[in-house]
Design a protein around this ligand. Structure first.
Ligand code: FES
Length: 95
């Protein structure tokens, strides 16, 4: 097994773990991951995600869902960074 394969498997495992943990992202409002993911894709901070998805407005005022949204945003940025590095590596090898 190559290092690339292991890395891809680890990424898939991490994503699945996050999905399992965050099936319902906002417990107070019952907002599932499926409704939050479009906001995660479109936004770069928790406040904007809350505005778009309706999270953070329940009884705990985002004490429980805020950290989950931060994790999802961080993972999005990590994946975007990995994709950028992969594209740079691919374009370097084309030269
Ligand atoms: S879990 Fe989202 S506001 Fe409480």
């Amino acid at each position: 097994m190559s290092d690339d394969q292991t890395t891809a498997d680890e990424k898939v495992e991490r994503i699945e773990r996050i999905r399992r943990l965050a099936k319902v992202v906002c417990i107070c409002k019952g907002i599932p991951l499926g409704k939050v993911l479009p906001a995660i894709k479109a936004c770069d901070n928790v406040t904007d995600v809350n505005r778009m998805a309706g999270t953070g407005t329940g009884g705990c005022k985002g004490q429980r869902c805020g950290p989950r949204i931060k994790v999802l945003l961080r993972k999005k940025h990590e994946l975007q960074s990995d994709v950028s590095k992969t594209k740079e590596t691919a374009s370097d090898s084309d030269e």
